[in-house]
Design a protein around this ligand. Structure first.
Ligand SMILES: Nc1ncnc2c1ncn2[C@@H]1O[C@H](COP(=O)(O)OP(=O)(O)OP(=O)(O)O)[C@@H](O)[C@H]1O
Length: 247
């Protein structure tokens, strides 16, 4: 059984999306060493909505990248469900990423020469059990805009296409690094609503990095990072709907 500080109840390890212990990440650049993670233990229940908060440079993106199989820790162990990610070779890590992880970044990274639907189809064409791209776009409220190119869509709409692209393969986990960082409050709320909808309808575990304390209100739990460590974990007994958040 894996337990960790702040773990909300007594669910057993098989109900965990992620469990990690002693995660450290050291970047060596020339003579300089940066300790981005300094011994992180974590347990993330399946289906949780988790927010990571903390000052710039505190290690949030480093952890998210390790969770998403984009990077490896210098030491420590990380499990996805019952499988040890830190024992994977590069091919296994790529397979894990393709099958299980949807990424959403601050900038939408859509391909400008493809329509919204074609952008989503890029992912569904190589997924095992994908949604129809039109269904994924309907989930984010953009069914009618599926033939539009990114330049014909607002920033918030483009981010919703990015959410559709991320959820269309029915990933086990959605990892979001500043998903509303480039958006104003009301547009950002619509993006958060689409994330919550994907979370509710697909049961996806969602981890969101943000600098925006207001967004933490929609999470089940909030992990506060400081100097490469989890400084504090808050449990939200009553997460609020994104529509009630503003900044
Ligand atoms: N590839 C890299 N090479 C060297 N140092 C790095 C690298 N990536 C991150 N770092 C350093 O590791 C530390 C943690 O960075 P990280 O991006 O995880 O922080 P963060 O909390 O996500 O910050 P932000 O909120 O600004 O995105 C920082 O000091 C950063 O400069």
């Amino acid at each position: 059984m894996v337990m960790a500080a702040g773990f909300p109840d007594n669910r057993i390890a098989t109900d965990l999306a992620f469990s990690g212990s002693g995660l450290e990440k050291t970047y060596q650049t020339g003579e300089t060493q940066v300790h981005a993670l300094r011994g992180v233990d974590l347990a993330v229940p399946r289906g949780e909505m988790l927010v990571l908060l903390g000052p710039s440079g505190s290690g949030k993106s480093t952890l998210l990248n390790i969770i998403g199989g984009l990077d490896r820790p210098t030491s420590g162990k990380l499990f996805y469900r019952n499988t040890e990610l830190t024992a994977f070779d590069d091919r296994e890590l790529t397979r894990y990423r393709r099958a299980e992880v949807g990424f959403i970044f601050q900038f939408y990274n859509l391909i400008p020469s493809l329509t919204a639907e074609e952008n989503v189809r890029l992912v569904t064409d190589i997924a095992d059990d994908p949604m129809d791209p039109a269904e994924a776009l309907a989930l984010v409220g953009l069914a009618e805009r599926r033939g539009h190119y990114p330049a014909q869509l607002s920033g918030g709409e483009q981010q919703r296409v990015a959410v559709a692209r991320a959820v269309a393969k029915r990933p086990g986990v959605l990892l979001c690094d500043e998903p509303t960082g480039a958006l104003d409050s009301s547009t950002g709320v619509r993006v958060l609503e689409t994330l919550e909808r994907a979370h509710n309808e697909l049961g996806t575990t969602v981890i969101i990095i943000t600098h925006n304390v207001g967004i933490a209100a929609m999470a089940h739990r909030v992990m506060h990072f400081r100097d490469g460590q989890i400084a504090k974990i808050e449990v939200n007994e009553h997460p609020v709907e994104p529509g009630k958040i503003s900044w």
